[in-house]
Design a protein around this ligand. Structure first.
Ligand SMILES: NC(=O)C1=CN([C@@H]2O[C@H](COP(=O)(O)OP(=O)(O)OC[C@H]3O[C@@H](n4cnc5c(N)ncnc54)[C@H](O)[C@@H]3O)[C@@H](O)[C@H]2O)[C@@H](O)CC1
Ligand SMILES: [K+]
Length: 472
């Protein structure tokens, strides 16, 4: 099963891999025609009712695969109103080649007659709510006639994600949907066929620009990130907090020992430092930290630069047990995740060594071990983003791999930026989607810098907005 948002992302990834949507539309149209051939006999009359989006485009392609039938092609609206180039090009090709095309500009004029088959291609996944005109009248006409109704992708009007069926929706006899099943079709009383349209498996497996779009919230999402880190180290928490801002967080807070508060504040005037009265994180601070994070609905980053003192790990353990919001767990805090029972929503970001330290698989090649990482994430019950040349992100059921990045990223601190980006995205996005998008963004930032070696994690900061807001 796939959501329509994820389907859109995979589609975009396929285009980035060199398989553009027009090619997929050709496959979809072909698949629609195959189903029409199954329900129609030679010479039967087939009426295509096409909307102005890509759902209509699929059926316009199908027309070219239906020689031998008594075809009628009705476009709902004026050809100039077709909303995508690829659908318009397919319309123009039909007109040019002399197919029986009509543009229906007044809903009252939709003359269905008594066709044997109606292809319902008014609306697919682009729909929201009750049908508007002229689609609503056309749906009534389709529902009133005796024809076998073949719906393209989804019966027009039905929400492919939720399965909501507004009163005005088309009642289909068959549905031809593409690539993968849609949750919203499961409850319908009709035959649903899932057709392969030639999307490369890599478009789902490897993160691409579609994942960036899917996992990145709007720039005004207003997420607040709260980094709990530092003590023995100062750079790591500062990098996480700054990366969160570059990835669109509205505010980035840093909770740290007061002994390093001034140092952290000195790194960047954009950070808001909340120092506690101690040399390192200890259980005494936890109640305050949880109260602050909970009150402001913060996304927490726990771990960067915390160190491994016993009292610090005790504090991290208590925080995990008691916090119930979204959080990224990185670095020194990772080792305690398997021992605690938490209601928080976690993305854990171990490198190879930390992964093994958490009781996960010992792997040289994370990509080759993706199945083991998936099994580990399932056991753990949290999203795991394992980091190396390839980053493997899994929630135990869904697994995505990012091969973006450069060898220069082995330098210290690139994991800290990744944690901060993930947190900024997690405020408004599914944790797996957020983590996958963050891996892509962090890696792309390094690629754009084109440094063979000598990359600094802090170099990535300036590059992130161009990737995230420019490439999504
Ligand atoms: N991988 C994919 O995602 C592929 C998608 N394809 C097709 O593309 C379709 C999605 O295309 P689009 O995104 O262009 O969307 P649609 O073709 O579903 O329709 C979009 C249009 O419908 C209008 N609309 C929205 N709600 C409405 C309502 N309640 N009443 C009347 N009009 C309404 C919108 O303003 C928009 O112009 C899929 O369903 C599928 O058929 C295929 O071409 C192949 C590949
Ligand atoms: K449809």
């Amino acid at each position: 099963m796939i959501t329509t948002a994820r389907m859109g992302a995979v589609d975009r990834n396929a285009a980035a891999l060199g398989v553009p949507q027009k090619q997929l539309m050709e496959s979809s149209g072909n698949a629609v025609a195959r189903v029409v051939r199954e329900v129609a006999s030679e010479g039967d009359s087939v009426t295509i009712v096409a909307g102005r989006g890509n759902n209509g485009g699929d059926a316009l392609v199908a027309a070219r695969f239906l020689d031998g039938y008594d075809l009628s092609i009705q476009l709902l609206g004026r050809p100039e109103a077709i909303s995508t180039d690829i659908a318009r090009e397919n319309w123009e090709a039909l007109e040019e080649a002399g197919y029986p095309c009509e543009s229906v500009t007044d809903s009252a004029v939709l003359e269905l007659g008594e066709p044997d088959v109606v292809v319902d291609a008014m609306l697919g996944t682009g729909i929201s709510g009750e049908l508007r005109e002229p689609e609503a009248s056309a749906a009534r006409a389709i529902n009133a006639c005796d024809a076998t109704v073949v719906s393209v992708d989804v019966p027009s009007g039905v929400d492919a994600d939720t399965g909501d069926v507004p009163e005005s929706a088309v009642e289909a006899d068959r549905v031809v949907t593409f690539h993968d099943g849609k949750l919203g079709l499961a409850e319908l009383d009709c035959e649903v066929r899932v057709e392969d349209i030639g999307i490369p498996a890599a478009a789902e497996r490897y993160v691409g620009p579609g994942d960036l779009e899917l996992g990145t919230p709007a720039p005004d999402a207003g997420t607040r990130v709260f980094v709990i880190g530092g003590g023995p180290y100062t750079g790591a928490p500062a990098l996480s907090a700054q990366a969160a801002l570059r990835a669109g967080a509205e505010l980035s807070f840093l909770a740290c020992p007061d002994s390093i508060g001034d140092v952290l504040a000195g790194y960047a005037e954009d950070l808001i430092v909340q120092a506690y009265d101690s040399d390192r994180l200890s259980p005494d601070e936890v109640d305050d930290l949880i109260e602050t994070a909970t009150k402001h609905d913060d996304v927490v980053v726990l771990g960067p630069g915390l160190g491994t003192a016993d009292e610090t790990l005790d504090a991290a353990r208590t925080f995990l047990e008691e916090f119930e919001g979204p959080m990224v767990v990185d670095a020194d805090a990772l080792s305690i995740v398997p021992e605690v029972d938490t209601d928080a929503t976690l993305v854990c970001t171990p490198n190879r060594k930390e992964l093994a330290g958490m009781g996960g698989p010992e792997l040289d090649d994370l990509e080759a071990g993706a199945d083991e990482i998936e099994a580990f994430a399932a056991d753990l019950g949290h999203v795991v983003m394992a980091k190396a040349e390839a980053d493997v992100v899994s929630d135990g059921e869904r697994t995505r791999i990012s091969t973006r990045g450069t060898p220069g990223m082995v330098v210290g601190g690139t994991g800290d930026t990744l944690a901060g980006i993930t947190a900024a995205f997690m405020g408004e996005r599914d944790p797996l989607d957020a983590a996958a998008a963050a891996a892509y963004a962090n890696g792309r930032a390094a690629e754009r810098l084109e440094k063979g070696g000598g990359l600094l994690a802090s170099d990535l900061l300036d590059e992130l907005p161009g990737v995230i807001w420019g490439e999504r």
